[in-house]
Write a protein that binds this ligand. Structure first.
Ligand code: E4P
Length: 216
């Protein structure tokens, strides 16, 4: 499973990228708002430090304007992936931009049938939001499993980008189900490395090593 980092914070992206932990980046208008800089600058900076796809979301709601905005964003760098909402206009824009050879990420997916439509529109990625479904007591992970089965049934190439990930268990379960990608906030990504037994074991090893009086 590939890891994308879900942030517009360039310092976080640089650090996680240097550690070889990430295969791409996703942003959204809320993350751009938090970064508090012009979006085109932010996306250009992220693309400079990221080899993989960088999702940049359109703000328009009609297909023609989404296509125009998508092209502006795609012109920033070769690895921009145009992010479009899962609406009828979003799907029209997805089909158009995909046919022109752009990478697309259809976002705000909350049902398996929506995901099926995104695949039919040729989306490179579809982003089902796990955490936001869990928030309303609907099993977000079941949605990932349903989409996996549907895409495998019909051999769709669209990649499942598990989004709105909040916990380590979300990452674990998405990987077990076979999501192609998980987009994870920086703090959650960092927390994946932690285990109390690793810390405890390292502490013991370092103390015993010190007792040997040796150096390497
Ligand atoms: C995905 O591309 C979205 O940016 C993101 O995963 C949304 O997560 P949230 O529900 O935590 O805002």
């Amino acid at each position: 499973m590939k890891f994308f980092v879900d942030t517009a914070d360039i310092a976080d992206i640089k650090e996680l990228s240097e550690a070889g932990l990430i295969d791409g980046v996703t942003t959204n208008p809320s993350l751009i708002m938090k970064a508090n800089r012009p979006m085109t600058e932010i996306i250009a900076d992220i693309c400079k430090v990221t080899d993989g796809p960088v999702s940049a979301e359109v703000a328009a709601t009609d297909a023609a304007e989404m296509i125009r905005e998508g092209k502006v964003l795609a012109a920033i760098a070769d690895n921009v992936c145009i992010k479009l909402p899962l609406t009828l206009d979003g799907l029209k824009a997805c089909k158009h931009l995909t046919d022109e050879g752009h990478q697309t990420n259809v976002t705000l997916c909350f049902s398996a049938t929506q995901a099926l439509l995104a695949a039919k529109a040729g989306a490179t990625y579809v982003s089902p939001f796990i955490g936001r479904l869990d928030d309303i007591n609907i099993d977000g992970m079941q949605l990932i499993a349903d989409i996996r089965r549907i895409f495998d049934n019909y051999e769709f190439d669209t990649q499942i980008l598990a989004a709105s990930i909040r916990t380590l268990n979300h990452v674990r379960e998405a990987a077990l189900i076979g999501a192609d990608v998980a987009t994870v906030p920086p703090a959650t990504l960092r927390s994946l490395v932690k285990h109390p037994l690793t810390d405890k074991g390292l502490e013991t090893f370092l103390a015993d090593w010190k007792k040997t009086g040796q150096t390497i």
